[in-house]
Design a protein around this ligand. Structure first.
Ligand SMILES: [Zn+2]
Length: 79
């Protein structure tokens, strides 16, 4: 059997904020059959792509915080 098909498969995304993220797209054969989804098999990159209009989760969180702060300031000005 091919070892690659047994391992977990993931895709690498390059975000517009110049960070990159790894997303699991397929659990390996053992993890699917294991109630705890545990797998000690190898990881393999199934695909890699560039997301031009998307930022990573961490930068997205920062953006949310920034927007929330701006809204708070707007409220304070109205008061
Ligand atoms: Zn980022």
């Amino acid at each position: 059997m091919d070892l690659l098909t047994l391992g977990k498969q993931f895709e690498v995304i390059h975000f517009s904020c110049r960070h990159s993220g790894r997303r699991l797209i397929k659990h390996c054969h053992f993890a699917r059959n294991d109630p705890n989804h545990q797998c000690f098999g190898a990881w393999s990159v199934k695909r890699e792509w560039i997301s031009a209009n998307q930022i990573c989760h961490a930068c997205g969180q920062q953006g949310v915080v920034r927007r929330a702060t701006e809204q708070q300031q707007l409220v304070q000005i109205r008061l």
